[in-house]
Design a protein around this ligand. Sequence first.
Ligand code: GTP
Ligand code: MG
Length: 453
Amino acid sequence: ISKTEKRLRQPIVVVLGHVDHGKTTLLDKIRGTTVVKKEPGEMTQEVGASFVPSYVIEKLAEPLKKVIPIKLQIPGLLFIDTPGHEYFSNLRRRGGSVADIAILVVDITEGLQKQSIESIQILRERKVPFLIAANKIDRIPGWKANNDLPFLETIEKQRNDVKVYLDNLIYNLVSQLANLGFNAERYDRIKDFTKTVAIVPVSAKTGEGIADLLALLAGLTQRYLETRLRFAEGPAKGVILEVKEDPGLGHTIDVIIYDGVLKRNDTIILGGINGIIITKVRGIFVPKPLQDMKVSKYDLTPIDEAYAAAGVKVSAPNLEEALAGSPIYVIEDESKIEQYKKQIEEEIKEVRFYNDIDGIVLKADSLGTLEALVNALQREGIPIRLADIGPISKRDVLEASIVAQRSKEYGIIASFRVRILPGTDTNGIKILYSEIIYQLIEDIKKYINEVKE
Ligand code: GTP
Ligand code: MG
């Protein structure tokens, strides 16, 4: 077997969870821990993601060797920087997600809340395995913090009643998860990880349990996702995370590459608001190497090529209308253009659609959030007439007006992070707006019920 055949890429990790349960603090802690433990000369930088090299994980997990015996073959873990499932939605990939594994952050003192449950539904829909970071253990009455110690060491230093208290909180969580159809258990008590969701008690504040969390993520992904992580040196496949306008670069796309290699001058194909875009990569950029964590987001360094898995900024002509959440592929052979074009078009059609029925008009800012909203509405049995991307236009108002005449309860426009096109007469049509998926769904349900009554 040649070396490349055996190579595994780094798993892509996302963080989800209820508001205020500690997603941002946890990611910051992981990044901070990594910066401290990094060796000089470690250069890998990412856009929209943070890389934690394997030697850092091995160093941190040293005391856990007996429980999690890992010899890492993966080069490390790639954490998507922006947490939350609104953002996760754009990591879409046909029938699933670009994310290989997720951390669901749960405040152990509060248990599963609304958005935790919504996160689980979305992870299930996108078939992403997850483990649970049971956060804020430092808040347990009587807890004695031991900064940055692995959980299995710090727990041994706690009083007995504190251990019992924690176990009770974990059991509450376990029974909540059982109601959703999942077996779950504290990670060090699990025998079969394919059947049980691992719960890792952590504190994003004190750093306790971070070692366990990283070791488990690395261990589980390389053991159970090996096929998915096998790296081949072919043309890049990725997904557009965000479309931005950058000073000096014009419109650029932030891309997560999950397979292959992206090179300067490559021809790329991607979805746009008004059709497929085919263009040529002008530049690939990553942030300047980190000295500390205060480097400005706009300090970019050009690179010649990027290997999966990676987060990069791509500049190219004609990206103004690029669609966040769209797949992006490198075309290595002109004869394949039609095939890729069809594939992307079909994929987009599943999410943006028109049905001549009495249903609501739905507008969102990206393909990923639109898909998440469509799925959530379908779960609720709410009919959709038009699902599309972009600001609210005359056409949307017209469609909603047609519906309103026949079924007033569905004659509305639900908008997610998009505004009304200037000069558009909304003609008395009810417009709902939110920046949180579940909130918009709740508002839609509430409106429909009110009208029906
Ligand atoms: P949103 O982005 O608003 O959804 O919240 P989040 O999930 O990113 O939570 P965030 O990291 O902002 O944390 C919310 C609050 O909880 C902040 O005041 C944090 O300082 C605090 N917090 C987070 N983790 C811990 C922890 O482990 N222990 C304690 N005591 N506080 C924590
Ligand atoms: Mg946050």
